[in-house]
Design a protein around this ligand. Structure first.
Ligand code: NAD
Length: 248
């Protein structure tokens, strides 16, 4: 493992443009369950059903039961060493952007400045009927939250079946097309079109460094290095190795 950490650290140090792609797994150690965690939120709410725009349109009150629980969990969560380590890499000038599928705001809370939220965020809400927008704070504690027009509001997270925000999609694709090293942390990489990004980076010759508890669909053909283990431990070890090699 030490040799792999060193190889990953050298790839980051030798890269002119490094990106981090993150998924639900990076926030698991902050207490937010991913879609795979046993005994959590997603055992009671099937994500295919509850995180679909069709379900929301059909029965928004039902979906708000899940959203309320998710919000309570996210409100309590704090950034962990993996979020903080990425923010430190950015401060050192060694990480250009974090492109995240998460909607929990933990990268920003950790201090990352350049964060692309590929699947939107939960800090604001929109009315699907009249397009009015509200800050999360204006509606905090209202379940379900209503628009002035009388309809139930939807948080600005991207549900299955909804389009990815155009700016996030084009900016991410552009960055993935010009990066030289790519960290991909805590994602099963099965959600499309996010999973196009590691393939695009690979195509332009970037070194792909995957951090995950387990092997994924990327491991065999896309990843150059798999740092198998917890995101907090692997990012911390990578950061220490980068600092050590930088000072040599
Ligand atoms: P996923 O649940 O499909 O996969 C999570 C991955 O993280 C798995 O491969 C798992 O092995 C890995 N993992 C779990 N704990 C880990 C740890 N401690 N260290 C390293 N790896 C760990 O998640 P996904 O690929 O992100 O796709 C699910 C979709 O749902 C995404 O859009 C995601 O953002 C969203 N979602 C977001 C949150 C959040 O905002 N925190 C939480 C749940 C789901």
């Amino acid at each position: 493992m030490d040799a792999l950490i060193e190889k990953a650290a050298r790839a980051v140090l030798g890269s002119k443009l490094t990106l981090a792609l993150t998924g639900a797994g990076i926030s698991v150690e902050s207490g937010i369950p991913d879609f795979r965690s046993k005994g959590g939120l997603w055992d009671r709410y099937d994500p295919e059903e509850y995180a679909s725009i069709y379900s929301f349109q059909r029965d928004p009150e039902k979906v708000w039961h899940m959203l309320r629980e998710m919000e309570e969990i996210v409100d309590k969560a704090r950034p962990n060493d993996a979020h903080i380590g990425l923010a430190e890499l950015e401060q050192m000038g060694l990480l250009r952007s974090v492109i995240t599928q998460n909607v929990d705001n933990l990268h920003q809370e950790a201090g990352s400045k350049d964060v692309i939220e590929y699947h939107g965020n939960s800090r604001s809400l929109t009315c699907l009927w009249c397009n009015r927008r509200y800050d999360y704070a204006q509606k905090k504690g209202e379940y379900p939250p209503y628009c002035a027009c009388g309809r139930i509001l939807k948080p600005d997270v991207i549900f299955f079946g909804e389009a990815i925000p155009m700016e996030a999609m084009t900016q991410s694709y552009h960055l993935a097309s010009s990066c030289q090293a790519l960290l991909i942390i805590g994602t099963s990489a099965v959600v499309s079109p996010f999973n196009v990004l590691p393939r695009q980076a690979k195509q332009v010759g970037a070194t792909i460094i995957e951090i995950n508890l387990e092997r994924t669909v990327l491991t065999d053909h896309i990843s150059d290095i798999l740092l198998q283990g917890k995101a907090t431990e692997m990012v911390s070890r990578l950061l220490s190795a980068v600092k050590e090699l930088k000072d040599l």
